[in-house]
Design a protein around this ligand. Sequence first.
Ligand code: 13P
Length: 252
Amino acid sequence: MSRTPFIAGNWKMNKTMAEAAEFADAFKKQEIHSKAKMAFCVPFTDLAVVKKAFEGTEVGVGAQNVHFEDSGAFTGEVSLPMLKEIGLDYCIIGHSERRQYFHETDESCNKKLKKLLNESSIIPILCVGENLDEREAGKEEEVVSSEIKADFEGIPEELAEKVVIAYEPIWAIGTGKTAGPEQAEKMCGFIRRTFASLYSQEAADKLIIQYGGSMKPENAEALLAEPDIDGGLIGGASLIPEKFAAILNAAK
Ligand code: 13P
Protein backbone atom coordinates (compact mmCIF):
# COMPACT_ATOMS: atom_id res chain seq x y z
CA MET A 1 0.00 0.00 0.00
CA SER A 2 1.58 3.27 -0.98
CA ARG A 3 0.68 6.31 1.05
CA THR A 4 1.74 9.86 0.16
CA PRO A 5 4.01 11.22 2.89
CA PHE A 6 2.59 14.19 4.77
CA ILE A 7 4.83 16.65 6.59
CA ALA A 8 3.10 19.31 8.69
CA GLY A 9 4.53 22.11 10.76
CA ASN A 10 3.00 23.01 14.10
CA TRP A 11 4.07 26.52 14.90
CA LYS A 12 2.48 26.36 18.36
CA MET A 13 2.38 29.89 19.91
CA ASN A 14 5.03 31.38 17.64
CA LYS A 15 5.17 34.14 14.99
CA THR A 16 3.27 37.39 14.71
CA MET A 17 1.49 38.18 11.43
CA ALA A 18 4.52 40.09 10.16
CA GLU A 19 6.82 37.19 11.07
CA ALA A 20 4.45 34.72 9.41
CA ALA A 21 4.47 36.70 6.16
CA GLU A 22 8.26 36.91 6.30
CA PHE A 23 8.46 33.15 6.83
CA ALA A 24 6.17 32.47 3.85
CA ASP A 25 8.34 34.63 1.57
CA ALA A 26 11.49 32.80 2.67
CA PHE A 27 9.84 29.36 2.43
CA LYS A 28 8.69 29.99 -1.16
CA LYS A 29 12.36 30.45 -2.12
CA GLN A 30 13.35 26.99 -0.84
CA GLU A 31 14.08 24.25 -3.32
CA ILE A 32 11.67 21.43 -2.63
CA HIS A 33 12.14 18.22 -4.57
CA SER A 34 9.72 16.07 -2.67
CA LYS A 35 6.31 14.70 -3.56
CA ALA A 36 5.23 14.88 0.08
CA LYS A 37 2.13 16.81 1.04
CA MET A 38 2.92 19.76 3.27
CA ALA A 39 1.11 22.14 5.57
CA PHE A 40 1.61 24.66 8.35
CA CYS A 41 -0.67 24.71 11.39
CA VAL A 42 -0.37 28.24 12.71
CA PRO A 43 -1.84 30.45 15.45
CA PHE A 44 -5.39 31.73 14.77
CA THR A 45 -4.12 35.27 14.22
CA ASP A 46 -1.78 34.06 11.45
CA LEU A 47 -4.28 31.90 9.55
CA ALA A 48 -5.56 34.47 7.05
CA VAL A 49 -2.06 35.82 6.41
CA VAL A 50 -0.54 32.39 5.79
CA LYS A 51 -3.53 31.27 3.70
CA LYS A 52 -3.13 34.32 1.45
CA ALA A 53 0.65 33.98 1.25
CA PHE A 54 0.43 30.37 0.03
CA GLU A 55 -2.58 30.84 -2.29
CA GLY A 56 -2.06 28.87 -5.50
CA THR A 57 0.77 26.76 -4.05
CA GLU A 58 0.87 23.18 -2.76
CA VAL A 59 1.18 24.37 0.83
CA GLY A 60 -1.81 23.52 3.04
CA VAL A 61 -2.86 25.61 6.01
CA GLY A 62 -4.26 24.42 9.30
CA ALA A 63 -5.38 25.57 12.74
CA GLN A 64 -4.18 24.12 16.05
CA ASN A 65 -7.58 23.78 17.73
CA VAL A 66 -11.32 24.32 17.24
CA HIS A 67 -14.30 24.42 19.59
CA PHE A 68 -17.09 21.85 19.16
CA GLU A 69 -19.92 24.40 19.42
CA ASP A 70 -20.79 26.80 16.59
CA SER A 71 -21.04 29.92 18.75
CA GLY A 72 -21.83 31.08 22.25
CA ALA A 73 -20.38 32.08 25.58
CA PHE A 74 -16.96 30.42 25.26
CA THR A 75 -14.53 33.27 25.85
CA GLY A 76 -11.24 32.80 24.06
CA GLU A 77 -12.43 29.97 21.81
CA VAL A 78 -12.71 29.76 18.00
CA SER A 79 -15.47 27.84 16.19
CA LEU A 80 -15.64 25.73 13.06
CA PRO A 81 -17.74 28.24 11.05
CA MET A 82 -15.00 30.81 11.76
CA LEU A 83 -12.31 28.44 10.49
CA LYS A 84 -14.31 27.32 7.46
CA GLU A 85 -14.58 30.89 6.22
CA ILE A 86 -10.78 31.08 5.99
CA GLY A 87 -10.76 27.94 3.85
CA LEU A 88 -8.47 25.74 5.91
CA ASP A 89 -7.19 22.29 5.00
CA TYR A 90 -6.29 20.88 8.44
CA CYS A 91 -6.87 21.25 12.16
CA ILE A 92 -4.77 19.70 14.93
CA ILE A 93 -6.86 18.02 17.63
CA GLY A 94 -5.71 16.87 21.06
CA HIS A 95 -2.10 18.01 21.00
CA SER A 96 -0.44 16.94 24.25
CA GLU A 97 0.16 20.58 25.19
CA ARG A 98 -3.60 21.19 24.99
CA ARG A 99 -4.30 18.02 26.96
CA GLN A 100 -1.70 18.98 29.58
CA TYR A 101 -2.16 22.74 29.99
CA PHE A 102 -5.74 23.34 28.82
CA HIS A 103 -7.51 20.25 30.19
CA GLU A 104 -8.34 18.80 26.78
CA THR A 105 -9.82 15.34 27.33
CA ASP A 106 -10.52 12.38 25.08
CA GLU A 107 -14.18 13.34 25.37
CA SER A 108 -13.57 16.85 24.01
CA CYS A 109 -11.25 15.48 21.30
CA ASN A 110 -14.01 13.11 20.26
CA LYS A 111 -16.54 15.97 20.03
CA LYS A 112 -14.09 18.08 18.02
CA LEU A 113 -13.31 15.22 15.62
CA LYS A 114 -17.03 14.64 15.05
CA LYS A 115 -17.60 18.36 14.49
CA LEU A 116 -14.85 18.61 11.86
CA LEU A 117 -15.70 15.33 10.12
CA ASN A 118 -19.48 15.85 10.02
CA GLU A 119 -19.54 19.52 9.13
CA SER A 120 -16.46 20.33 7.09
CA SER A 121 -13.81 19.02 4.75
CA ILE A 122 -11.07 20.16 7.15
CA ILE A 123 -8.84 17.15 7.87
CA PRO A 124 -8.19 16.55 11.58
CA ILE A 125 -4.64 15.74 12.69
CA LEU A 126 -5.25 13.84 15.93
CA CYS A 127 -2.31 13.71 18.35
CA VAL A 128 -1.77 10.77 20.70
CA GLY A 129 1.21 9.71 22.79
CA GLU A 130 2.48 8.69 26.20
CA ASN A 131 4.43 10.69 28.78
CA LEU A 132 7.75 9.70 30.32
CA ASP A 133 6.28 8.01 33.41
CA GLU A 134 3.94 5.96 31.23
CA ARG A 135 6.80 4.95 28.92
CA GLU A 136 9.01 3.99 31.88
CA ALA A 137 6.18 1.90 33.31
CA GLY A 138 5.86 0.10 29.95
CA LYS A 139 2.34 1.47 29.48
CA GLU A 140 2.79 3.26 26.13
CA GLU A 141 0.58 0.87 24.15
CA GLU A 142 -2.15 0.90 26.80
CA VAL A 143 -2.18 4.72 26.87
CA VAL A 144 -2.20 5.18 23.11
CA SER A 145 -4.83 2.53 22.42
CA SER A 146 -7.09 3.97 25.10
CA GLU A 147 -6.75 7.46 23.56
CA ILE A 148 -7.52 6.16 20.08
CA LYS A 149 -10.54 4.14 21.19
CA ALA A 150 -12.01 7.07 23.13
CA ASP A 151 -11.21 9.71 20.52
CA PHE A 152 -12.84 7.69 17.69
CA GLU A 153 -15.87 6.59 19.76
CA GLY A 154 -19.00 6.63 17.58
CA ILE A 155 -17.16 7.77 14.43
CA PRO A 156 -17.97 5.59 11.41
CA GLU A 157 -15.21 4.18 9.19
CA GLU A 158 -15.95 6.37 6.17
CA LEU A 159 -15.24 9.45 8.33
CA ALA A 160 -12.51 7.96 10.52
CA GLU A 161 -10.33 7.14 7.51
CA LYS A 162 -10.03 10.85 6.69
CA VAL A 163 -8.18 11.53 9.97
CA VAL A 164 -4.39 11.81 10.16
CA ILE A 165 -2.96 10.42 13.41
CA ALA A 166 0.22 11.93 14.83
CA TYR A 167 2.13 9.77 17.30
CA GLU A 168 3.87 12.23 19.59
CA PRO A 169 5.60 10.72 22.62
CA ILE A 170 5.39 13.59 25.12
CA TRP A 171 8.91 12.92 26.40
CA ALA A 172 10.29 13.66 22.93
CA ILE A 173 8.51 16.98 22.35
CA GLY A 174 10.79 20.00 22.44
CA THR A 175 13.30 18.06 24.51
CA GLY A 176 15.77 17.18 21.77
CA LYS A 177 15.11 13.52 22.66
CA THR A 178 13.72 11.71 19.64
CA ALA A 179 12.16 8.31 19.69
CA GLY A 180 14.61 6.20 17.70
CA PRO A 181 13.31 5.06 14.31
CA GLU A 182 12.67 1.55 15.65
CA GLN A 183 10.87 2.82 18.75
CA ALA A 184 8.73 5.21 16.67
CA GLU A 185 8.01 2.53 14.06
CA LYS A 186 6.92 0.08 16.75
CA MET A 187 4.33 2.55 18.07
CA CYS A 188 3.14 3.69 14.63
CA GLY A 189 2.68 0.02 13.67
CA PHE A 190 0.76 -0.50 16.89
CA ILE A 191 -1.46 2.50 16.07
CA ARG A 192 -2.19 1.05 12.62
CA ARG A 193 -3.14 -2.32 14.14
CA THR A 194 -5.34 -0.62 16.75
CA PHE A 195 -7.10 1.32 13.98
CA ALA A 196 -7.53 -1.92 11.99
CA SER A 197 -9.12 -3.59 15.01
CA LEU A 198 -11.58 -0.69 15.38
CA TYR A 199 -12.37 -0.43 11.67
CA SER A 200 -10.81 -2.61 8.96
CA GLN A 201 -7.42 -3.54 7.55
CA GLU A 202 -8.34 -1.63 4.39
CA ALA A 203 -8.95 1.58 6.36
CA ALA A 204 -5.77 1.03 8.39
CA ASP A 205 -3.72 0.57 5.22
CA LYS A 206 -4.85 3.99 4.03
CA LEU A 207 -4.34 5.75 7.39
CA ILE A 208 -1.63 8.42 7.40
CA ILE A 209 0.42 8.23 10.61
CA GLN A 210 2.92 10.97 11.43
CA TYR A 211 5.68 10.89 13.99
CA GLY A 212 6.25 14.05 16.05
CA GLY A 213 8.85 14.90 18.67
CA SER A 214 12.15 16.65 17.92
CA MET A 215 12.08 15.66 14.25
CA LYS A 216 14.75 17.62 12.41
CA PRO A 217 16.79 17.45 9.20
CA GLU A 218 19.39 15.21 10.91
CA ASN A 219 16.96 12.46 11.92
CA ALA A 220 14.07 12.85 9.45
CA GLU A 221 15.34 10.50 6.76
CA ALA A 222 15.76 7.54 9.11
CA LEU A 223 12.38 8.09 10.76
CA LEU A 224 10.56 8.58 7.45
CA ALA A 225 12.14 5.45 5.96
CA GLU A 226 10.17 3.28 8.42
CA PRO A 227 7.19 1.56 6.79
CA ASP A 228 4.49 2.73 9.22
CA ILE A 229 5.76 6.32 9.56
CA ASP A 230 4.07 8.29 6.80
CA GLY A 231 5.21 11.75 7.76
CA GLY A 232 6.00 14.14 10.54
CA LEU A 233 4.40 16.75 12.73
CA ILE A 234 7.20 19.21 13.27
CA GLY A 235 7.40 21.80 16.03
CA GLY A 236 10.64 23.74 16.46
CA ALA A 237 12.13 22.89 13.06
CA SER A 238 8.99 24.12 11.24
CA LEU A 239 9.77 27.68 12.32
CA ILE A 240 12.88 27.80 10.12
CA PRO A 241 12.28 27.64 6.35
CA GLU A 242 15.55 25.83 5.55
CA LYS A 243 14.98 23.17 8.20
CA PHE A 244 11.39 22.48 7.22
CA ALA A 245 12.41 22.27 3.54
CA ALA A 246 15.18 19.81 4.43
CA ILE A 247 12.72 17.59 6.31
CA LEU A 248 10.35 17.66 3.33
CA ASN A 249 13.19 16.68 1.04
CA ALA A 250 13.97 13.73 3.31
CA ALA A 251 10.48 12.30 2.59
CA LYS A 252 10.74 9.88 -0.30
P1 13P B 1 9.12 19.57 18.47
O1 13P B 1 9.39 19.18 17.02
O2 13P B 1 9.50 20.98 18.78
O3 13P B 1 9.68 18.56 19.42
O4 13P B 1 7.53 19.53 18.65
C1 13P B 1 6.83 18.42 18.21
C2 13P B 1 5.38 18.72 18.30
O5 13P B 1 4.83 18.82 19.40
C3 13P B 1 4.63 18.91 17.06
O6 13P B 1 3.27 18.98 17.28
